[in-house]
Design a protein around this ligand. Structure first.
Ligand SMILES: Cc1ncc(COP(=O)(O)O)c(C=O)c1O
Length: 419
């Protein structure tokens, strides 16, 4: 307990460690969630504490070897006020769609600090990316040809990097972005010597290499083993690169705790290990710009999704609680974004934080489909209509009606909470 009477939720759940409560109220950015919701006068609502984002970026700056540039992967959360804020603290953006590209450009970021990865870039999108002068991470032979053609049509020399598919089987709690069985992302490492031999350097300004082969990794040793293998591949490619290797983007993959057994990534260990790897790779790496890109690590833990209880009923001996938010805003929490078996995100009743747990309930969203699950068999205090259900770790890949857009449902309200 500190002097303001706020009690840290550090011990409640790793995913709640950035939050606090006072009496019955969950607090976010120094204010009760209930007060934020009243100000919004609407639920469901996403609330983001930007001080958490800032502190995550600060931790990265403290732990990563100096000079490593940090990009924010906008797909994790494209809410423009949030992106605007993040722009003050990072060195650039990774974008994955035309809308994200326009959003990044609106922030006034120099185009050479914006990179575009994604396996299916349309001709129109590539055209805009080339005109804007951002870096295109080339994902296939077709994309190389397409950029050459578009460059000649536009009278421009597109800025490009090659996205390498390292073909590594990375065991992670998240989704596989790379595999020895192939992947839609990037060009296979083993195909690159042949491709680099004839790379059209007069048509394309080839700057360097990019990789993103691992996501939601919480194990520092595994992450380092992956990065070590990637650096070995990059070293090989650097030796046959047809132009000086000006930049490498090592991706990221840093995970955050979602579920009870998840422990936060040991960032200090990752930083130390990476610094050692950079020492081992002195020589070919000297003078090369090094960048990494992060999505959920920056924003995931900063957000809670708050919905309101609309109904409570008994059925088949179970209690069902219906809330006004669900899978149409939070596909990840519904277990529909890469989970094999759905697990509950950390959850709390934002206006009953000090009440005793007395019941096991199922919480469902308002959509008329059994897929609309908010929480299954959770133990909570006695609930009433209008109570507020907060879902933690909701700052990334939550809002589905985003510019990246999975579904075309109406958007939930989003609010930036000032620290
Ligand atoms: C190319 C690329 N960069 C960055 C990210 C961000 O990943 P995360 O949110 O896990 O940090 C992704 C996620 O899919 C990605 O595909």
């Amino acid at each position: 307990m500190n002097t303001s009477g706020l009690l840290s939720l550090n011990d409640a759940h790793p995913a709640m460690r950035h939050f606090a409560c006072k009496g019955d109220e969950l607090y976010l950015a120094g204010r009760a969630v209930q007060a934020w919701v009243e100000e919004a006068s609407s639920t469901p609502v996403y609330l983001y504490d930007t001080s958490v984002v800032r502190s995550q970026i600060g931790r990265l700056r403290d732990c990563l070897p100096s000079g490593v540039k940090i990009s924010y992967a906008i797909k994790a959360n494209p809410f423009e006020p949030l992106v605007q804020r993040i722009n003050q603290w990072v060195d650039g953006f990774d974008v994955a769609s035309l809308q994200e590209l326009e959003l990044a450009l609106r922030q006034g970021v120099p185009p050479e600090h914006i990179s575009f990865a994604g396996p299916g870039k349309s001709t129109d999108t590539l055209k805009r990316a080339i005109e804007a002068g951002i870096i295109i991470n080339l994902e296939s032979v077709t994309e190389i040809k397409r950029c050459v053609d578009l460059g000649s049509e536009l009278g421009l020399r597109p800025r490009v990097c090659i996205r390498v598919n390292p073909g590594l089987d990375v065991r992670a709690s998240g989704m596989k972005m790379s595999s020895s069985e192939g992947s839609p992302f990037g060009i296979d490492f083993i195909q690159l010597p042949e491709i680099l031999k004839d790379f059209p350097v007069s048509s394309l300004e080839l700057l360097g290499l990019h990789v993103y082969g691992c996501s939601q990794q919480l194990d520092a040793e595994r992450l380092l083993a992956y990065l070590a293998a990637v650096l070995e591949q990059f070293k090989t490619l650097a030796s046959i690169f047809p132009v000086p290797l000006r930049q490498i983007n090592l991706g990221g993959g840093f995970g955050i705790p979602y579920f009870p057994k998840d422990q936060p990534l040991d960032l200090e260990l990752v930083g130390q290990g990476l610094a050692e790897l950079f020492v081992q790779h002195q020589g070919w790496l000297d003078g090369t710009d090094i960048r990494m890109e992060f999505g959920r690590f920056l924003v995931g833990e900063a957000g809670v999704y708050v919905s309101r209880v609309l109904d409570i009923k008994e059925s088949g001996g179970n209690t069902y609680v219906i809330v006004d938010g669900g899978m149409h805003h939070h596909l990840a929490n519904a277990g529909l974004l890469g989970q094999v078996v759905r697990r509950n995100y950390p959850i709390a009743v934002a206006n009953k934080m000090s009440r005793a747990v007395v019941q096991r309930v199922n919480i469902c969203g308002p959509l008329c489909t059994p897929l609309d699950r908010v929480a299954t068999a959770v133990d909570l205090p006695a609930l009433e209509i209008d109570d507020l259900i907060a879902i933690f770790s909701s700052g990334a890949y939550g809002l589905t009606a985003s510019p990246t857009g999975f579904l075309s449902q109406p958007s939930a309200l989003e609010i930036l909470c000032q620290p």
